[in-house]
Design a protein around this ligand. Structure first.
Ligand SMILES: Cc1cc2nc3c(=O)[nH]c(=O)nc-3n(C[C@H](O)[C@H](O)[C@H](O)COP(=O)(O)O)c2cc1C
Length: 181
């Protein structure tokens, strides 16, 4: 491949099977830095991240989140949280166009950067949804202690992949329109 970044983007896939090995704090910091490198509307960066490394909360989340059972063998998880309050802050010329409406988009960009960084570093990861499911958000709030004004968007289990898995090419020419629909 002519470009390493493109190779990482093209070959990322959701990984749901891990060895159980722990992920070091140093690796998690690099991954979190990638999350914070994401674009955000007006550069407000309306996000916060909870890096979960202890077995206790990982197991509680595993038990109580229906679509995150791969947490049982994850080495860590990153919970991407949105800060609608920060997003709603008025900034200069944008004063009227705000109101906390971009945090989902901004945090989703951060989540994708996290998935890509994990893959680039040889880890596997998968986006599991908290938002917009109130019941799953309530579980994350309860287990992790996320305050009411902070929105848990995604729980991303991270681990050493158990197998190589296979990459499916999702490119579809039909999805592209040139110049006009
Ligand atoms: C918003 C969103 C929510 C998702 N929620 C879950 C989930 O709760 N559990 C899960 O195992 N995968 C979840 N996924 C992963 C998707 O199933 C996966 O990205 C999709 O099947 C495409 O596969 P790929 O990531 O390997 O390309 C989610 C992905 C996104 C973007």
């Amino acid at each position: 491949m002519e470009n390493e970044a493109l190779e990482v983007i093209y070959t990322r896939r959701s990984v749901r099977s891990f060895t159980g090995e722990a992920i070091s704090r140093e690796s998690l910091m690099k991954i979190l830095k990638a999350g914070m490198a994401a674009p955000s509307a007006r550069n407000i960066q309306p996000w916060a991240f909870v890096a979960v490394t202890e077995r206790g909360p990982l197991d509680s989340l595993c038990e109580r989140l229906p679509y995150a059972k791969m947490l049982d063998k994850a080495g860590a998880a990153i919970i991407v949280c949105g800060l609608p309050g920060k997003d709603a802050v008025s900034v200069g010329q944008y004063k009227d166009a705000i109101g906390g409406k971009y945090w989902v988009l901004d945090c989703s960009a951060a989540a994708e950067n996290i998935l890509l960084a994990c893959h680039a570093m040889g880890f596997g990861a998968v986006w599991t949804a908290a938002y917009p499911n109130e019941d799953r958000m309530a579980v994350v709030r309860d287990v992790i202690g996320v305050p009411e004004d902070v929105m848990p968007l995604a729980v991303i289990p991270i681990g050493v992949p158990r197998d190589k898995g296979k990459v499916t090419d999702k490119f579809k020419e039909a999805n592209i329109h040139w110049d006009r629909w």
